[in-house]
Every structure is written in C-alpha cells, then in structure tokens.
Design a protein around this ligand. Structure first.
Ligand code: BGC
Length: 759
C-alpha cells in the first residue's frame, strides 16, 4: 500500500518526483474520453522507467494464443487493445541536451488531475547537467466534447540563460504492446506527411486492418504573441515530426499549443481518413486551447451535476469516490454501441481492454443510475449484436440448435480467453447477460427491450442451459457438473450453487419475457419464433422441468447453501488464522494448495445473494455471510463491494466500512501493488455501488425506488445523485436525518426506510 498522493476533494495531487512511483502515477493520472485515452506519460522524452500507453476504444489486435498445453476448443487468439500512435510528445533540446527528467535535477514537481475539469497539469523546474534551469508548466486533456480531439498547452521558461531550443512535435506510430505474446509489432505503416506547422501519420493494425490516422497542428506563443521559428520536417516509416528552432530568452515563457485529431476507420472511410484528419486538426487549432477546454469542461460540469457523490468529514474518502466516478465516466460514455468497458479502461494494457462479465454484473448499475437510459441500453445492445458469435462459441463446444454461450472475455463476440477452467467452465457468465436485462428493465421500465432485442438473447442462453444441465438419476434432480463459479479458487466443481441458481433463474426469467412479448406484440412474437425455430410448447416445458427439479447444494443444519458439492469436506479455517506472509495466496501458494483449501477469492454464494437479495430472508443472508465471509481473501477487486452491500443490509456497519476502504482507494493507494499495470475500472463501479446500494440502501423494486440509508461513523454526511426515469434525485444522509430532493423531473413516490414519501 502506498500513500503518496495528497488528499484533496476534487484533485489528485502528486508533489515531488519519485521515479519509482512513475508507472503507478502514469496509471492514476490517465486521461480518456470514451473514444480514446492515454496513460499520463510525460510530454518530453523520458529515459527512466515508464510504461508508454495510448489507446483507442475498439481498436484491437488478435494476438495468437500462447499456452503451455493446447486444448481443443481454445480460442485462437487473445484480443488486445493496442498501444496506438501517440500524439502527446513534445521533445525539448537545448544545446544538445535533452529535457529528460531521468537526467535532469527535478525540483518543485507537481502533477495534478483536476477531476472537475478533466484536466491533467504538471509543473516542475529542471536543471540540465550543464546547470541551465527551466521551469515547465504543462496541461492536457482528451476532449469529452469531441472524442477525436485532444490538446496540450506546454510552457517552458529559461530561468538562468538565453539560448536556442529545438522543439520536436511529432507523432509516433512505431509503438509496441508490452503484453505482446510473441514480441510482434502490431502496426503497419500507411502514410506519413510532415509540412510546416502540421504532421499526419496513418497506420494500420495487422490482421484486423483498423486504420488510425493521427494529426497534429501547433502554435507557439511568446509574451502572448504568436511566433514562428525555423522549421525542419522529418518523416520515416510510421513517424513524422516538425522540429522547430526557437530563441529562448531568460525569464520569458514560451508556450506551445499542440492540437491532436485521432480518426479511425471505425468511423470514417479509409480513403477519406487523411483528408478528414487534416480538416479536423485545422478546425481544432482554430478553436484554440481555451475554447476547447471550456467545451470539454462544460461536459464534465454536466456529468458531475448528475452523478457526483459528496462525503463530508473524510477528504480521503471524498477523493476516492470522485476518482472512481471520474475514471468510469471517462472510460465509457455510451455513445457507440460497438464499445464496452475494459477492466483497465484507457489506463493500461492488462486484461486486453476487452469485455468481461464485469460489465453486466458490476458496471451496469452505475451507468443506469448516473446517465441517460440510452447509455445502459447500449451496453445491452452490444451483447445483442454479439448473439450470433455467442451461438458460434457454443457450437464450437458442441452445443446446438441456437444455444448461446457468451464469452468470458471478448472484443467482437468471439471468446478470447484461454485458461480451460475459465473459458470452458466459468459458464455462469452467460447468465450475467440475462441479469443485466432484468436490471435494466426493472430500473427503466422499458419492457419493450424484450421485444426488440432481449427475448432473442434469452432464448439463446436458455437453450444453452437446457443442454448444459444433466439429469442425475441418483439425485432425481438436474445437476450442473464440471464448472468454475465466480470464486476462481475452485475449478471443475459440481453443482456450484451460484451457477445452478443462475441457470434456473434464467429459464424462469426467459419465460416471463416471453409472456410479455407474446401478450404485447403477438405478431413480433410469431416472427421471432419463426426466425429462431422456437418450439414453444416443447422448449418451455423443458425449462419448467429444470426449474422445478434443479439441485441446490445446501446444508440444512447450518442453514447455508453450499458453494458446491463437497465444500464441507474441506478443512474450514478462517483467513484471520492465516499467517500474514501467506497472503496474497495467489502469489504465495501453489495452485493445487489453493484449490484444496476453503479460501474464497471473491464472493460466490454471496454474489448470488447480492444479485437477488429479495429472494432471500435476512436470516438466510446472515447465515451465509457469517459462514463464507471469514474464508474470503478478496483477491479479486470485485469482491469487497459485494460484502459492503450485504454487510450494510445485515447491520454489520464496521465490516461494511472495512470492506469499503479496500475498494474505494484501491488504486489511489495502490492497495494491491498492481496499479502500475493500470487502474481497476470495473471495481470502481463496485465502489459506487457500495455507497449507493450499500450505505444508501438503494434498490428498485417493480419500478419503485427504495432507500434504507445509514451513515458510516467516520463521516459527517454524504450525498449522491441518481437519474431515475427522467428525474435527477439527490439523497443526502447525515447523522440526524436523510433528505431526498427531487432536483428535476416529474413528481414521484419513493420508499424511504419502509415508508412511502411523495417528492
Ligand atoms: C475475476 C473475474 C473478473 C476478472 C476481470 C478476475 O480476477 O476473478 O471475476 O471478471 O478478474 O476483472
């Protein structure tokens, strides 16, 4: 755990430069706008330890699978979001000395991420080896107002000399992924041009043939006046720049404005990319830095007005929650139905930037409650569009007749995860798609989603379950064998309770959706049945049979559901009895030892109780929580938030707060020592849920909002805003009272602490 960042309500502040922390800071200070983003790499060259990263949503590469032992059914590739051509560099060379913070003496270093404005700033003084000293102030952002645009303002002032500076303003497409399986380069050159004042580089991904065209223009100013300079233009394969020679005068600040446009063949014809990119940078540089920033900040102001959470009395907690919201909002904006939420967003390469069940199980509630319903709908439509691939995935594994098996990890709908215990066995994920639909319809009331898209997906998933269960003559029940539940520290188990529950629930839910479509739009239902070759009587009969006769492992004496068959045969010990040096288990123990132990990576039985909390009595939740939580090591960042929410429900306030601390500042304090790889974007949605659903006790039942709030001891008050059916509500919880304010929209009735209240 590291605590080197200053506490501030709206800013992330780093003071003093510690090269050992640079990669962590590069992740934390990352910028994005839903369409593109980048790690907080320095503009000037840096020869020290760094992880260079520029990413464009949806631009990926199918990196050939690398495994120790190939198994039939493995996907051919792992889809990676690519490190893309970078536009942020500004090289500064003075009398053959490079401005490089690894080689200069650095003082007064300060890096600030202003979350209210979405602006990254950096300032420092640097002394070159020959004693020349400069002061630098830099600002940059990726525009939330125009996803193809970014801008930098970079000022440099010589403090004790006058001399000529060579300034390199370039674009580099000769970039690599650190996680490349075979050390391959993923980009081919397409086009480079460098003319006085502007540069364009276009490159194409191998295999997937995405073209990305990046352009920059720049202006130089001294004493507030535009200045020119001697310009040298350079190009080589996948790289182009302008080198500008400028006379620096002691005490006078030179300001460089660098404007960037990033256009891709996903949104434009390849033939037009260069022309359009050129027009875009022209237009962008004419608007100018301040205006661009004002437009960008206006989008953030609007966003915050709908989703902010305030915490009074604990600045670290306030900073933590805003950081989580900021990262989520800059990762996914819901403007493009082809995009999704990578577990690391635009902050790193790990996890390939691909889509996981995390989206449906963790992220959807955040976007549902903080954005226009169209944003959450996009996430559902994304999976609808992937239905043909889900059916293909199922076919590859031997399923038939339109069974849909959604991938664990994907970019385009194809499975690209290659650990057998997850790819083949973590099958519960296919039902997360159904759960997301339930969440969406419950929250928005938009049942017509079933008619337009949903039912088709549900029938596909139900067909998968029908074929995946098997009848046990011994138990006289349906069973599900050879699976991995959400707790990945158990593999190839039988009757994982979570999986069995989700499978049966999906069949019930599909039946409900089917009834809705049939009754509300008979002709659509008929045409859908024809398209899917759906035999209603026969298929729904089977669903019912499975629902009625599903086997659930349980221990009636203890009053608990069993995570899987045989769980009680394990030696049941508590995490608190483990020596500290054994943690984290996944780094200290052999896999075999982990599998044999009772230790749980992340919520499993409790995950189900969290998703379907109204299906269980408080006593059932309590018994299961008391049994499983002490054995849970929370070695997935997705685990603590589930426990915050259930502990809150049970009145275990201290436990809830202890768990909350593990999730809210996970990256800011580098809790798991892995933030250098990127931030944990999906667990950030869990942090949001911890406050709103945990402390705030928010729930939606049959279209009605429920709140049962309480306040953690350590806070004076907190408030959150949510969007609900065209309204914005603010809930403010203090020690002595709770206020719910309808900030905009039609009157409505809510339930507060069990009582109906009209707003
Ligand atoms: C968790 C999975 C999750 C993945 C990506 C893993 O550690 O066990 O549930 O989908 O991380 O966040």
């Amino acid at each position: 755990m590291k605590q080197y960042l200053k506490n501030h309500e709206w800013q992330i502040v780093e003071e003093g430069f510690d090269p050992h922390l640079n990669r962590v800071s590069e992740s934390i200070f990352s910028l994005g706008n839903g369409q593109m983003g980048q790690r907080a790499n320095f503009e000037e060259n840096y020869s020290g330890d760094t992880h260079q990263g520029t990413y464009i949503a949806g631009v990926y590469y199918p990196d050939k699978t690398r495994v120790g032992w190939w198994k039939n059914g493995y996907p051919e590739y792992f889809a990676k979001v690519l490190n893309a051509p970078s536009w942020t560099s500004i090289g500064i060379n003075i009398e053959n000395q490079e401005l490089d913070l690894a080689k200069c003496k650095v003082e007064n270093f300060r890096r600030v991420l202003d979350m209210r404005l979405g602006l990254l700033s950096r300032s420092f003084t640097a002394t070159f080896p020959d004693g020349k000293k400069v002061e630098v102030n830099a600002q940059r952002f990726c525009s939330m107002a125009d996803g193809e645009v970014g801008a930098i303002k970079y000022s440099i002032k010589p403090l004790n000399f006058s001399s000529t500076a060579k300034i390199t303003l370039g674009i580099d497409a000769d970039v690599v992924n650190k996680d490349s399986n075979y050390d391959e380069k993923f980009w081919d050159r397409v086009y480079e041009e460098s003319q006085m004042g502007w540069v364009i580089v276009s490159a194409q991904t191998k295999k997937t043939f995405f073209q990305v065209c990046t352009g920059i223009e720049y202006d130089l100013e001294m004493n507030g006046q535009r200045i020119g300079g001697k310009v040298f233009t350079n190009i080589r394969d996948k790289y182009a720049d302008n080198i500008v020679e400028v006379e620096l005068t002691e005490g006078t600040e030179l300001t460089i404005y660098k404007y960037a446009a990033v256009l891709t063949s996903e949104n434009h014809d390849k033939e037009e990319l260069v022309k359009k990119c050129h027009a875009k940078i022209d237009e962008t540089s004419k608007i100018g830095f301040q205006q661009l920033l004002a437009k960008h900040a206006a989008v953030w102001a609007h966003t915050w007005s709908e989703c902010d959470i305030t915490i009074e009395g604990d600045i670290a907690a306030q900073q933590g929650i805003r950081f989580n919201i900021f990262q989520l909002m800059q990762t996914y904006t819901g403007k493009d139905e082809r995009l999704n939420i990578g577990p690391k967003g635009f902050t790193g390469e790990k996890y390939g930037g691909s889509t996981y069940w995390d989206t449906e199980a963790y992220c959807l509630p955040f976007y549902l409650s903080t954005s226009d319903p169209s944003v959450a709908r996009q996430l559902l439509v994304y999976r609808y569009k992937h239905l043909p691939k889900a059916i293909e995935n199922a076919k590859k594994l031997g399923f038939k007749d339109g069974a849909a098996f959604y991938p664990f990890v994907t970019m385009n709908g194809e499975e690209c995860h290659n650990e057998w215990e997850i790819t083949f066995e973590e099958i519960h994920r296919t039902s997360a798609m159904a759960y997301a639909m339930r969440d969406y319809v419950n929250y928005t009331g938009d049942k017509d989603y079933f008619t337009e898209f949903g039912l088709e997906v549900l029938i596909g998933i139900s067909r998968f379950w029908v074929q995946r269960v098997n009848w046990s003559a011994d138990k006289n029940k349906y069973v599900i064998l050879g699976v991995t539940g959400p707790n990945e520290y158990e593999n190839n188990v039988n009757n994982n309770w979570y999986t069995n529950y989700l499978a049966a629930w999906t069949l019930r839910f599909t039946q409900e959706a089917l009834e809705y479509v049939k009754n509300s739009d008979g002709s659509k239902y008929k045409s859908l049945s024809g398209k899917l070759n759906f035999h209603e009587e026969e298929e729904t009969k089977k669903w019912k049979d499975i629902v009625d006769k599903m086997y659930y492992a349980e221990d009636k004496t203890r009053g608990i559901f069993l995570q899987q068959d045989g769980f009680l045969d394990k030696e049941l010990i508590k995490v608190s009895d483990l020596p500290a040096e054994d943690r984290p288990l996944n780094q200290k123990w052999s896999w075999d030892r982990i599998l044999r132990s009772c230790f749980i990576k992340q919520a499993d039985v409790l995950q189900c109780m969290f998703l379907f909390e109204d299906d269980f009595t408080l006593d059932q939740i309590k018994r299961n929580f008391d049994f499983y939580e002490p054995m849970t090591v929370h070695e997935s960042s997705l685990s603590p938030c589930v426990h915050v929410i259930l502990a809150s429900k049970l009145g275990y306030k201290e436990k809830a707060y202890e768990m909350y601390l593990r999730t809210s500042r996970l990256d800011l304090d580098d809790y798991n020592n892995d933030t250098e790889d990127g931030c944990h974007i999906t667990s950030m949605a869990g942090t949001w849920m911890s406050v709103v659903k945990g402390f705030g006790g928010m729930n939606v039942r049959e279209g009605k909002l429920f709140f049962t709030p309480y306040i953690p001891e350590q806070w004076k008050s907190y408030s959150f805003r949510i969007e609900f059916n065209g309204r914005v509500l603010k809930v403010k919880v203090a020690k002595e009272k709770t206020e719910v304010i309808l900030e905009s929209g039609e009157p409505l009735e809510i339930m507060l602490n069990g009582k109906g209240v009209k707003l």
